[in-house]
Design a protein around this ligand. Structure first.
Ligand code: PLP
Length: 259
């Protein structure tokens, strides 16, 4: 089976970032090849410190990762700054036929910026056009399109149109931060169609759900699964993780999440 390169930051709380990516892919039977962009010291409530790795170290990891084995997909999460965005975009622009899933990580749920403000433009201009799908939450969709935050169908459609104009064919806008009894994620695809993935909203919040969803999608794409099915499976995995956490109250047993 083809490997999945996961590019992103570490999270010392174990909730989000690369450890979540690796666990998610392991539960799908896929091997994750990690490229660390930043080390973060954080708890569930606070990001204490961020160290973005030197560009030459990120570059060396990515080049080794690309040589490791057959790469079936690439998932991108936290990037930290514009230099890292440009460097990764430069390397990935030479790749052909490897789907890239871009989780545009901007701000942690505890409120700290994980991508510098001035790096947003680089992300939009350099990485979006290389990606097969981008997976913003409602806030990220608003920030990256410059449109007001909202979860109404008309707003999401306009945001998706804007994303597609920036060069990414498929846009999955995640509705987890909305309110209501159900969570609706909407995939706007390359043909201008859209499909809604609806799940019952579960109590509480959980770290790293965006990482989990994007990694699950990348893992599926690496196996040749169609994007719509990959998104559906990803959303179900997140739902199962919530349910398991509620049952165990001691974290997520991702090994039990395989489809
Ligand atoms: N920390 C790292 C290293 C991440 O990659 C991410 C998300 O991708 C986060 C934190 C944000 O996760 P959360 O929204 O659960 O705080």
């Amino acid at each position: 089976m083809a490997d999945v390169i996961v590019i992103g930051g570490t999270d010392s709380s174990g909730g989000a970032g690369l450890s979540r990516d690796i666990a998610t892919l392991a539960s799908l039977g896929a091997k994750a090849v990690p490229v660390v962009t930043a080390v973060t010291a954080q708890t569930d409530d606070q990001v204490k410190k961020i160290q973005v790795l030197p560009p030459e170290m990120v570059e060396a990891q990515l080049e080794c990762a690309l040589r490791t084995r057959v790469v079936g997909a690439i998932k991108i999460g936290m990037l930290g700054n514009a230099l890292t965005v440009a460097l990764i975009a430069g390397i990935l622009s030479k790749l052909k036929n490897v789907p890239i899933v871009l989780d545009p990580v901007l701000i942690s749920s505890s409120g700290t910026r994980l991508l510098d403000v001035d790096a947003e433009e680089a992300l939009k201009h350099q990485l979006l056009p290389l990606s097969e799908v981008v997976t913003p939450n409602l806030l990220e969709a608003a920030m990256l399109t410059g449109m007001p935050i909202g979860d109404g169908a008309a707003t999401l459609e306009k945001q998706a149109f804007h994303f597609r104009a920036m060069g990414v064919p498929n846009v999955l806008i995640k509705g987890g931060h909305s309110t209501g009894d159900v969570v609706v994620d909407v995939l706007f695809d390359a043909w201008g169609d859209h499909v809604e993935f609806v799940q019952t909203r579960q109590m509480g919040s959980m770290r790293g759900t965006g990482c989990m969803l994007a990694s699950a999608i990348a893992g599926q794409l690496a196996q040749g699964v169609a994007l719509e099915v990959a998104c559906h499976i990803g959303q179900q995995m997140v739902g199962q993780a919530f349910a398991l956490r509620a049952k165990n109250q001691d974290g997520v047993a991702t090994a039990d999440l395989a489809q």
